[in-house]
Every structure is written in structure tokens, then in C-alpha cells.
Ligand binder design. Structure first.
Ligand code: ZN
Length: 145
């Protein structure tokens, strides 16, 4: 992070990071409770997915509304505008590139927004479980052919 940020901006960055990881923890705990076994922050997989089940070729990313420019809550900071534009645009490009990479390799990739978890925790957890179950099934079918 550049040193030229104002203290307020630095505080906001920290809050954005903390808020997202808190939600991630909540989701992870709930999935674990429901019997889903996964790995967290898998560095050897492209883009370091927040959750991954390699056996079933499943990767899940939980995107921060700020750092990934959610269409509803993303906002461009006024200070250091150039820095942020470059940084946030690079994040968006990387997200697209990572998603494409997994799709091309027949992985099952799901991105959820931080706000989805905030707004309806249980619904989002259900969505993740459905996605994981469907992915398991589709991999199974592939192997049979
Ligand atoms: Zn959002």
C-alpha cells in the first residue's frame, strides 16, 4: 500500500479488509458445520482462492465490494485518484482473467460479493452448498464418459 494515503483512507482500507475477512470466517465456519470440507487461501491455485476443493475442481472467491468494485457499493476514493483507478482496474482485470482461466480448465468457479453475505447469510451459504454439490455431480459425470 502506498504511503501517500491519508489516514482516513488507510483506515477505510483496513475496515474493508477486516469486514470481508470476518464475513469469510463466518461463511467458512458454517460450511464446515454442514460437513463441507475445503481448504482456505490455497496459494498454489491461481488467484489464491478463498475456498477450494481440489478433488472436485471447485474454487470460490469472496470479493470485497470495495477492492473488487462491486456495481452497488464500489466507490473510487477521491484522494490519490490515479493510484486507486489503476489499482482497482487491475483488480477487475485480474478477476476476469482468473475466472476465464478456471472456466477454460473446466473448473467450477463461483464468485460471491461481500454484500451478498451481509444481506442474507443463510441464503448465500445455501448458494455455496448447492454450487459445491452440483460441481461434485458434474465432475462425476465427466469421469464416466
Ligand atoms: Zn456490494
Amino acid at each position: 500500500m502506498s504511503d501517500t494515503h491519508t489516514p482516513e483512507q488507510r483506515k477505510r482500507n483496513m475496515q474493508a479488509i477486516k469486514s470481508r475477512s470476518k464475513l469469510e470466517d463466518r461463511v467458512c465456519k458454517e460450511l464446515w458445520k454442514k460437513g463441507i470440507r475445503y481448504r482456505k487461501n490455497v496459494k498454489k491455485l491461481k488467484g489464491t482462492p478463498d475456498l477450494a476443493i481440489q478433488k472436485h475442481k471447485v474454487v470460490i472467491f469472496i470479493d470485497s465490494c470495495f477492492f473488487h468494485c462491486c456495481p452497488l457499493h464500489g466507490n473510487m476514493p477521491k484522494n490519490n485518484r490515479e493510484y486507486w483507478e489503476r489499482k482497482l482496474n487491475r483488480n477487475i482485470e485480474r478477476d476476469v482473467e482468473i475466472s476465464k482461466w478456471y472456466i477454460e480448465k473446466n473448473w467450477n468457479i463461483l464468485r460471491v460479493w461481500e454484500h451478498e453475505i451481509k444481506e442474507d447469510f443463510l441464503l448465500t451459504v445455501d448458494k455455496l452448498i448447492t454450487f459445491i454439490e452440483e460441481s461434485k455431480k458434474s465432475n462425476h459425470k465427466e469421469k464416466k464418459h
